[in-house]
Design a protein around this ligand. Structure first.
Ligand code: FES
Length: 66
């Protein structure tokens, strides 16, 4: 699903950016271009970023099965 129409950034792109180290909205913007044009996607992009960061933290906290 496209979140940012101006820059063709999808929810998957946002999750990938977080998986590759984006940990702030500014880093997401720099890495994907999301919300760097009209700004109409900012609210949704911020929500998706927060969700992706939370999932990433939970994934890193899970013990690795031996
Ligand atoms: S829709 Fe994202 S900057 Fe316009």
């Amino acid at each position: 699903m496209y979140v940012c129409i101006c820059k063709a950034v999808s929810d998957l792109d946002i999750r990938r950016a977080v998986a590759h180290g984006a940990c702030s909205f500014e880093a997401l913007q720099a890495g994907t271009g999301c919300s760097t044009c009209c700004g109409g996607c900012e609210h949704e992009a911020r929500e998706l970023l927060a969700d992706a960061l939370e999932r990433e933290q939970v994934a890193q906290a899970l013990p690795i099965a031996a």
